[in-house]
Ligand binder design. Sequence first.
Ligand code: ADP
Ligand code: ZN
Length: 719
Amino acid sequence: MTPSQALQKYFGYSAFRHQQEAIINNILDKRDVLTLMPTGGGKSLCYQLPAVLLDGLTLVISPLIALMKDQVDALNVNGIPAAFLNSSQSPNEQTEIGIKLKNNHIKLLYLAPERLFGKDARLMDFLKKLPVSLIAIDEAHCISHWGHDFRPEYLALSGLKEEFPKVPVIALTATADKLTKKDILEKLNLKNPEVFVSSFNRENITYKVAAKRNSFNQLLAFLEGHKDDSGIVYCLSRKSTEKLAEDLKTAGYRAEAYHAGLDYTVKARTQEAFLRDEVRIIVATIAFGMGINKSNVRYVVHMDLPKNIEGYYQETGRAGRDGLPSDALLLFAPGDGMKLKQFAMVEDNPEQSRIMLKKLDDMVKYCQLHSCRRQYLLNYFDEAFPPNCGACDVCLTEFKTFDATLIAQKALSAVARLRERFGSAYIIDFLRGSKSEKIWQEHKQLKTYGIGNDISKPEWQRYLSELMRQGYLEATNDMYPVLKLTTKSEAVLKGMQKVELPEIEKVEEQQRHQVLPFEAPLLNDLRSLRSNIAHHENVPPYIILSDLGLQEMATYLPLSLDELRLISGFGDVKLARYGREFLEPVKTYASKNGLASRMQQKSSKRERKTNGERSSVPRSSDTARESFTMYRSGKSVAEIAESRGLAAATIEGHLSFYIYKGEMEVTELVTPDKIQPIKDAVESYGAEKLSPLKEVLGNDFSYGEIKAVVAWVRKNGEL
Ligand code: ADP
Ligand code: ZN
């Protein structure tokens, strides 16, 4: 059987992801391998599939009991005999597993390192007599002091090669930094290992950062769009996790808190309930997550600023392991950065403190970006990425400006009337005609009092900071900054200078989350069927079938076992065990509603190939590709904008991506006489933010033209 055939037969997938195939071939050739792949990338398959193909036993070293159980359940459901040995089992259970091992009835055995190299050498002696054909070391970064999760018991694994000199070893980790990688290779004594580094891009995750205002209400608004989804909400302190979990329960959500201070049994119960979809939201400190394999986590929210990008990326990476669109939302208040500074200082260790502060600073920068967040994240991990991912809030936000002269006049005259003696909060309250006692009685008599009550507080905040940025106002450098007029203010007040402010408009969400038009009632039926089966089999629902599998069924309506085989996740065993049961509701639904199978619309079950590896060109988002295809078919930007209901600047942004990729000439979007001035501006001001460029270039240049030239300059490596 070839690896591809085994992939379909045992796992029900029709295409390999990342470098899975190459990795597997190396193992089958008996070579040592180190695999670096992001969380959710599909590492387990890299040793599980060879384990099935090779004669004999595969040993899997894994640090966490919870993780072992999950994996073993998933393998067994797919008809692959697997087991684990750990301290939670009774002697009887262990003896039983021993017998099965002797009889060659087990393909994969999961073990913690301390089991293998513990005081009791009997297990090692026993295993050495078995036909071991492969050893996999999961979470291999645990062997390194440089990793974020050093486990001393992993150090014993350096003895593996002596104990099993002929057996190939595959080490796997989602930690990519160079030091850790070097450490793993050295400590494990791998022989001429082949190293595979996958792209760390998680293309199904949309990254968003929002200014933190009323965080609980912001969270509720976000959850509106995720009513039936599972998610993790991270908070900084234990106390706040408990408070927030309570508040969410009051608001009708099935939420539980999780932090290191809780009782072991409480934690285990909460985790189990989350895996089984009984609890939907885990409100946790960063203590939660390692070893959580749950594939259908649809979102990760950070209520507070993470301490560094590494942690943030790992935490957000827990969303969307099944490859379906997922969200990462971070609520950012600049004050949070200041707060964390104290924690970043390591006592008596200025060098370490410096590193931690730098990491924190990089995290704050991420929150304040005006350029693609994904690009920033991947660059942070030394991976190149084009400037427009189409799936972060910056790329999904389109900046249009509008004539805001009147608004500016109101703001500036308020500042003038208040004699340039107040800060922005007071000015906004004054503009909005607040009845608060805080507003001086004499100010309430002024003509300007209340002239801005048609504009909300947050909007005023945005406008004021934009007016400052454009130099129409300035803030003093005090503890409580006071707003002052500038030399540019007068012209505005006299009506001699127009002011443009950016209008921020979110591009329709659906653009990114182009979820297939599935039959919602059927999906519900399928979900409860899955829960029943899972309950009966005593495993978490996602182990029976992924959310993706359910969604495909509710979309394409497979009506026979042959059709069901084309749905993601149905290998031979799953098909035989649960196929008929899953077909039942689909058939009933289809006949009740007079629907036929739509399987022919599903070209193949080949999953959308995950973003290529480092060397290859990254994929554009679907929405950008659509604009590009229309453009190539001869439509103008204006026509595409019209027919897609998007702004022209958005379309130009999409096309810029193709300029970056070299599939389009910059001159197709920008007339030659405009290219040089834009290039000059980019050289002087950088391309971090577009709005300052727009400002210096003036109204003759559109955002789209600027984006296009920036993409072109980047492509030429001049930036
Ligand atoms: P990692 O250990 O790298 O975090 P997993 O091994 O848990 O990731 O894989 C994540 C999910 O992707 C699992 O649900 C797994 O079954 C699925 N998966 C792995 N490889 C493929 C593939 N080639 N096609 C479809 N799904 C896959
Ligand atoms: Zn982006």
